[in-house]
Design a protein around this ligand. Structure first.
Ligand SMILES: Cc1ncc(COP(=O)(O)O)c(C=O)c1O
Length: 468
């Protein structure tokens, strides 16, 4: 990999130091601090604070960030709890038994929300985010498959995992790091998500599982878990292969239970072995929290579980990291208590209403064609209508919107559809109807500006800079 060169790394002295605003420098203090080596001496806390504060100010405005799925707003009580709990290490279960107990309550609540047959028989854990949660889900599938293969005296040399070509990069990492062959089912104009079509071409005796995504990162669309399960039922009938599903509900597992409660995508479907979500996405917590829950103990092989000392007894743990923040777990519990089912429904439906309204309005702009309409998770994407213009593309529009503070990425679709570029909006709690109106106004203004051009805009490069 060739990392993007850092403009800070030049030989110019001014780019290698941070200068103090004279208002904040105190007598005797350095007025210039190095950026890439430890300063020789100390600074006053106020001075150091001011420098970091001022640099961080240059980041985009989180509330106008329509690119991220991750929480950018919590209320004052959450802010207070966060500050009070910032010192808690989640792994110190013996030292912070209450935080450990609250973690268990949280994932048990999720098991219940996701219709586990017996939530108290489910197993779960918090994680740093969905990426870690997906790795754990994948590892459990792999180990379960290995046990079954060994018991049958068969080879465990070549495990594979079947997934959509539009999976989030964490699944590519899982396959790479844990040596599992990824079998990507390409999405197409006709099959915009993994929907069970021709699944039998990908599944074989070495398949450890199938990933179904509730809320595809590129577009926000749900993959029909029930249809995927039916296709696997047919495969089992014909071949005897019992292939389980992991649902990557990074976003959707905290939307579907409240917005589409009648939709069966979760443990109501027997083939679903495990589900992950990001507490820091539609779980409404600040960055640093994921969850994964297994239907029952059979779905999580015992030999993956480590035991740590806990209140004189032992506590099962399954995680990639050792130390990690405990505060986010308390924030999740705070929100579960604060909002309950009614509150979560109200919050998620509001985002949903804003997304479908915004998609409807954007769909009416002649320059665009909607890829989807925000009716799954409150996320949607659009593309430039074919033949609309040769003078500009969605990357230019993205740049123009950025100049107004809005962060709305444009990016190519995954393999087999890479010639299609889309732009995506993620509606989150805090993106109100008023903000949506302001965004629409700016969007229409910028489209009118670009449409009025009499010649083409300069090329913006390959547009591959946005990372999901
Ligand atoms: C479907 C899906 N899975 C996994 C992830 C990774 O989640 P996290 O950022 O919580 O690690 C994302 C992130 O956008 C996602 O959309």
């Amino acid at each position: 990999m060739h990392p993007t060169p850092n403009p800070d790394h030049t030989h110019d002295r001014r780019t290698r130091t941070v200068e103090l605003n004279p208002v904040f420098s105190r007598p005797g203090e350095d007025t210039e601090l190095p950026k890439f080596s430890l300063p020789d001496g100390e600074s006053l806390p106020e001075t150091a604070y001011q420098i970091v504060h001022d640099e961080a100010m240059l980041d985009g405005n989180a509330r106008l960030n329509l690119a991220t799925f991750v929480g950018t707003w919590m209320d004052d009580q959450a802010g207070r709890l966060y500050a009070e709990a910032a010192d808690k290490n989640m792994v110190d279960k013996d030292e912070y038994p209450q935080t450990a107990a609250i973690e268990t309550r949280c994932w048990t609540m999720l098991a219940d929300l996701w219709n586990a047959p017996e939530p108290r028989d489910a197993v779960g854990t918090s994680t740093v985010g969905s990426s870690e949660a997906c790795m754990l889900g994948g590892l459990a599938l792999k180990r379960r498959w290995q046990h079954a293969r060994r018991a049958a005296g068969r080879s465990t040399e070549r495990p594979n995992l079947v997934l959509s070509s539009a999976v989030q990069v964490c699944w590519e990492k899982f396959c790479n790091y844990f040596e599992v062959e990824p079998r990507y089912v390409p999405i197409s104009e006709e099959h915009r998500v993994l929907d069970g079509h021709e699944l039998d071409r990908y599944v074989d005796e070495n398949t450890i599982g199938v990933v179904a995504i509730m809320g595809v990162t590129y577009t926000g669309m749900y993959e029909p878990v029930a249809r995927i399960a039916e296709a696997l039922d047919e495969i089992e009938e014909r071949t005897g292969l019992d292939v389980r599903i992991h649902v990557d509900g990074a976003s959707g597992a905290m939307i579907a239970p409240f917005v589409q409660p009648e939709l069966a995508w979760d443990f109501r479907i027997e083939r679903v072995a495990s589900i992950n979500t990001s507490g820091h996405k539609y779980g409404l917590v600040y960055p640093g929290l994921g969850w994964v829950v297994w239907r029952d103990r059979e779905a999580l092989p015992e030999d993956l579980v480590f035991r740590v000392s806990y209140l004189g007894g032992d506590m099962p743990t399954f995680a990639l990291n050792f130390s990690r923040p405990g505060a986010q777990v308390l924030l999740q519990y705070y929100l579960f208590l604060r909002l309950g089912e009614e509150g979560f429904t109200r919050v998620q439906r509001t985002s949903h209403d804003v997304a479908t309204y915004l998609a409807g309005q954007i769909g009416e702009i002649p320059a665009f064609e909607l890829w989807n309409d925000g009716t799954d998770i409150p996320v949607f994407a659009w593309r430039l209508r074919e033949g609309h213009t040769e003078n500009w593309d969605l990357h230019h529009l993205s740049d123009r919107l950025r100049a107004r503070g809005w962060l709305v990425p444009a990016y190519p679709m995954p393999a087999d559809l890479t010639e299609i570029t889309v732009q995506r909006v993620v509606v989150r709690n805090g993106f109100s109807r008023n903000l949506a109106e302001a965004f629409l106004q700016d969007l229409r203004h910028e489209v009118a500006y670009l449409d009025a051009l009499t010649g083409p805009m300069p090329s913006t490069g390959d547009g591959a800079a946005f990372h999901h």
